[in-house]
Design a protein around this ligand. Structure first.
Ligand code: PRX
Length: 626
């Protein structure tokens, strides 16, 4: 059981929290928020003026100039580097100046498509420094996905690398950027600059007048770039994330509230001491990388570790070897990685020391108690608290989590909201449920780290999050609350999948499948997967006359990879004769889910089915996956 104080006066509490930043002009106002669709606005610290890169760098120079800001651990275990706050400050300044020299201005959008190298952090901070709005696109996304983001945000520049290195393999990032710009048509032509970091030294195409190498252009500019003065509500970044309908949305975070919240939560949850080395294993392409590799830790003057590789390369001991090599104190990772490493056996862990560890964190998906215990008992030798942090791209930072001093007696529970955060459970009609119960997770009050909108489509933002339960923010998650008031997140209640901690919309995968000439119709659902948390199960109906072959099933999987990227690769491709539909033609997803989950005996009420026989053939067809 955990107890924790909630502030009496939330407005005063958050204004007090804003003081952790060094503003050019301190805010006098706290929150000004209305979630009412008729008068919708979310503003925090509105009259404050600041710069996010200044928070992360300049303010530390006097006291921590020579402190390591970033430890970079390469994919190759023999390669690592330490970069001080002063050095990061110079690199970021230079990159800001290169962008400015090519006409990138305050408010312009810049896409960052990078491997996990320090330059990815420099790129984010350089944009922040000159007031450009960055949008990091995960390196595992395809040229198609990249093109649609370039188009959607109207990017004027792309920062990338020749290639990414991961687990001994390479990914042709620059080639993907060239293809994406080509695909983006007029929006691609609007990209004035592609700034490329040399990582592997691979030969890449260069377009005169558009493309620049970072390692040469950095010497053509001066080493100081003044930080742009940003209003608290000026956008800091856009991050695309999947929802239950349509294409991924560009979630917008602004400067003052986001930075306050990233700094506040990082300090509270991880309790990093001055000499500690802190390591979050996420990729900067996700919100976790934004808030807890770059902005949160650097705002707080912490030494943050960036890892280029994967947990299983060269072998399943790698993470623990990195912990020992750099004396990591706080480790923050995803349940999917824990489950994958747990399966490899304890030996890989036990042969390492891990004596430096003080705290373990998880994020991204529900953690099963077995994986929690292994993390706590084997990885942490039973010494380290485990913080199971629940939050989302849209929340900017951790919302519900144990804190290090709490009793660690509830494996799988994210426990309680952080001070200032007010969650509730509601039933499907939006009635607030009290006591020990289960329901839909909503938030009743705004907080500074809350997303401010969807880029270019504010209506969609309001529609997605604030209309299901009017006046409340709907998370899309379901949760249980126990008799102690502790929350247990049960997972998404909408059509969003969580595959290895990666968030994916079933609608996106379906549209990739339907784009294939052989497909007439497709429906995608998730099913429980031992390692990934959820696997992707596709039901595809072929067009008349197309033969169902193994080759075609493979081709359809490939089509999804090409359209979205390797992260979305379907686990199961079931070519089916039809889909279960109501007489009015609505697909009964509940039935598809039950079949994929291996519970054909729990289909529930099937009396509204137009063609009941379809279900039997689907059950039969799914047997091969058992
Ligand atoms: O379903 C919840 C799950 O991840 C979703 C948010 O995904 P994304 O925006 O990609 O951000 C992931 C990193 C913050 C949530 O709606 N989720 C996240 N953390 C947890 C979780 N589910 C259970 N327990 C968690 N600790």
């Amino acid at each position: 059981m955990t107890t924790r104080q909630q502030p009496q006066d939330r407005q005063a509490f958050w204004l007090e929290q804003s003081k952790r930043l060094e503003w050019f002009k301190e805010p006098t106002k706290s929150g000004d928020v209305s979630w009412d669709a008729k008068d919708f606005h979310i503003k925090w610290f509105e009259d404050g003026v600041l710069n996010a890169s200044y928070q992360c760098l300049d303010r530390h120079l006097l006291r921590r100039g020579d402190k390591t800001a970033i430890i970079w651990e390469g994919d190759d275990p023999s390669v690592s580097e330490k970069i001080t706050y002063r050095e990061v400050h110079e690199e970021v300044s230079r990159m800001g100046n290169v962008l400015k020299a090519r006409g990138v201005r305050k408010g312009d959008r810049v896409i960052i498509y990078m491997p996990m190298v320090p330059e990815a952090a420099y790129a984010m901070l350089a944009c922040a420094r000159i007031g450009a709005v960055h949008s990091v696109v995960f390196g595992g996304f395809s040229p198609e996905a990249l093109a649609s983001r370039i188009e959607d945000c109207g990017a004027v520049a792309v920062i990338t690398a020749d290639e990414a290195r991961r687990g001994g393999k390479t990914v042709p990032l620059k080639k993907n950027v060239d293809a994406a710009i080509e695909k983006a048509g007029a929006a691609g032509e609007a990209v004035r600059l592609v700034l490329t970091v040399r990582v592997t030294g691979a030969k890449v195409n260069f377009e005169d007048g558009r493309d620049l190498w970072w390692h040469t252009s950095r010497d053509d500019v001066t080493r100081y770039c003044p930080p742009e003065k940003m209003a608290a509500e000026d956008p800091l970044f856009i991050l695309y994330t999947s929802g239950s309908t349509g294409k991924p949305k560009g979630v917008v975070h602004t400067t003052g509230g986001y930075m306050t919240y990233a700094s506040y939560t990082h300090e509270l949850v991880f309790q990093v001491e001055e000499q500690d080395v802190y390591w979050c294993t996420a990729d900067v392409g996700w919100i976790t990388g934004h808030s807890y590799i770059v902005y949160g830790p650097l705002a707080n003057g912490v030494t943050t570790l960036m890892f280029e590789g994967v947990p299983t390369y060269p072998d399943a001991s790698r993470m623990w070897q990195v912990v020992d090599k750099h004396r990591v104190a706080q480790l923050y990772t995803a349940p999917t990685a824990i489950r994958a490493l747990m399966r490899e056996g304890d030996e890989f862990v036990k042969k390492t020391d891990r004596g430096s560890l003080k705290l373990l964190g998880t994020v991204g998906e529900p953690i099963n108690p077995e994986a929690w215990r292994w993390y706590h008992d084997v990885v942490g030798d039973g010494r380290c608290p485990v913080v199971d942090t629940w939050w989302q791209t849209e929340t900017g930072g951790v919302m519900i989590s144990p804190l290090p001093g709490d009793a660690m007696d509830k494996p799988g529970s994210a426990t309680k909201p952080l001070p200032g955060i007010v969650p509730a459970l509601v039933d499907n009609d939006g009635h607030i449920l009290e006591g020990a119960t289960e329901g839909n997770l909503v938030l009743l009050e705004s907080w500074p780290g809350q997303a401010r909108g969807v880029w270019g489509d504010q209506e969609r933002f309001i529609q997605t999050y604030f209309t299901t339960y009017p006046g409340r923010y709907f998370t899309g998650d379901g949760a249980r609350r126990d008799e102690d008031g502790d929350y247990w997140i049960t997972g998404r209640v909408d059509d969003v999948l969580n595959v290895s901690g990666h968030r994916m919309g079933t609608a996106e995968i379906e549209s990739a499948l339907v784009a294939h000439p052989a497909t007439a119709e497709a429906a995608v659902v998730g099913y429980p997967h031992d390692i990934k948390g959820q696997g992707v199960h596709c039901y595809v109906i072929l067009k008349q006359g197309v033969a169902a072959t193994e080759e075609l099933a493979e081709e359809l999987k490939q089509a999804v990879r090409t359209e979205i990227g390797p992260v979305a690769t379907p686990d199961r491709m079931q070519i089916a004769p039809g889909l279960p539909k109501t007489r009015s033609g609505k697909i009964m997803r509940r039935i598809l889910r039950k079949i994929a989950e291996g519970h054909p005996d729990q289909l529930g009420d099937t009396s509204t089915l137009a063609e009941p026989a379809v279900v039997d053939s689907l059950i039969e067809g799914a047997k091969k996956f058992e």
